[in-house]
Design a protein around this ligand. Structure first.
Ligand SMILES: Cc1ncc(COP(=O)(O)O)c(C=O)c1O
Length: 387
């Protein structure tokens, strides 16, 4: 059988593959990127399922509009206007099957084979995978402590046919890093001089346990701004509910057409249920609980790293989200360490899949949201013994 170049050039998800190994019950796994299941509001969702079915009956099971359930889009518009000072209406929003789908749709709509996509280095591997299906040329730009490197960004913007810049401004996956206010302003200045779409993918922004919320880079200001959101990290990932926000009507119409071709619409049962949940519960209080939980876990990991890691291992200190990124400054390959770590029943994700041009990197992603503080200390101790 002859397959398309598109699929042959797209890597299967490294993480999904290694999770098969790391999911064994006796492994302390920092490899996943899953929200902690104790954060899912199961009882409230059960109530919402019952209520939504009673109130709306067959509508939960019928075909529905591509753009998504209006009350939910209204809820999102109100919230982003209130919290982030945006000026959006439900018409500026399209509900997607997770924000992951939005990434694939954006590439489909904007990128011809060979066109440029600027992406953080390291970057979210699900985005690398989704974009690769459109056969782009990637221009990776180094992500530093305070955001993307400006000189590299300026150079990348000079490349031919650059269509979009993909950023995760808050508690980035995989590094846990957050763009500073200053860097946000500088990126805005630079990008506003170019005809390019700026994507801000923000599934973690609400999970801040330190510092103050910062304004988006381009959302609400830049004509070609796209902001992505998701209910995966705050309510449930299994419902697969995300959204695109853009005031660029033409772009949104094209995304809608691409979505029609892909799946007609996002699961409407999930849209009714999540809307009912949001409308009838104290969501902020729920998110506070997740934040408390993740802060405890992040603190436990950072304290263990401080205690056990040798001086040549540096690591980020996230202000929110789910990840810490460690760098082995002696050049040791993270893949080698991964094999040794598995012998000691501890897992993490070697940095390689987060680069568009990996070469035996010395970086690694550690997720803290799925282990108790005791397991975290034990796992970090075992890792330190390998370093
Ligand atoms: C930065 C980033 N974007 C998008 C996604 C996909 O999330 P969703 O469940 O909304 O598709 C993830 C999931 O881990 C992510 O880390």
């Amino acid at each position: 059988m002859q397959y398309s170049d598109r699929i042959l050039n797209t890597p299967s998800s490294f993480i999904r593959n290694i999770l098969k190994v790391t999911d064994a019950s006796d492994v302390i796994s920092f490899a996943g990127g899953l929200p902690n299941p104790i954060s899912f509001p199961l009882d409230a969702i059960q109530t919402s399922i019952d209520r939504a079915m009673k109130e709306h009956g067959a509508k939960l099971f019928q075909y529905s509009s591509t753009q998504g359930y209006l009350p939910l889009r209204q809820y999102i518009a109100d919230k982003y206007n209130r919290k982030h000072g945006l000026d959006i209406s439900p018409d500026d929003i399209l509900l997607t099957t997770g924000s992951q789908q939005a990434l694939e749709l954006l590439a489909k709509v904007l990128v011809n084979k060979g066109d440029g996509i600027i992406i953080e280095k390291p970057g979210y591997l699900g985005a690398i995978q989704a974009f690769t299906l459109s056969e782009p040329t990637f221009y990776p730009v180094t992500l530093e402590e305070d955001g993307i490197n400006l000189e590299e960004l300026e150079k990348a913007l000079q490349q031919p046919n650059v269509k979009m810049i993909y950023t995760v401004p808050n508690f980035q996956n995989p590094t846990g890093l957050t763009y500073s206010l200053e860097k946000r302003k500088q990126v805005y200045e630079l990008v506003s001089r170019h005809d390019v779409v700026l994507i801000e993918d923000d599934p973690y922004g609400e999970l801040r346990f330190e510092g103050e919320d910062l304004p988006y880079i381009g959302a609400g200001k830049l004509e070609n701004s796209v902001l992505l959101g998701s209910f995966s990290k705050t309510v449930t990932p299994g419902m697969r509910l995300g959204f695109v926000i853009t005031k660029n009507k033409e772009l949104l119409t094209h995304i809608e057409t691409a979505k029609q071709a892909t799946d007609l619409h996002t699961n409407i049962f999930a849209q009714y249920v999540i809307y009912d949940y949001l409308a009838n519960n104290d969501f902020d209080k729920h998110v506070e609980k997740i934040i408390d939980l993740y802060k405890t876990q992040s603190d436990a990991m950072l304290q263990a790293m401080e205690k056990y890691f040798p001086a040549h291992v540096s690591y980020t200190k996230p202000q929110g989200g789910m990840f810490i990124w460690a760098t082995l400054n002696n050049g040791q390959s993270a893949l080698d360490v991964f094999q040794k770590a598995m012998d000691k029943n501890v897992a993490f994700v070697p940095g390689d899949p987060f680069y568009t041009d990996p070469k035996g990197v010395s970086t690694m992603r550690l997720n803290y949201t799925n282990s108790t503080p005791e397991m975290i200390e034990e796992g970090i101790k075992r890792l330190a013994s390998i370093f």
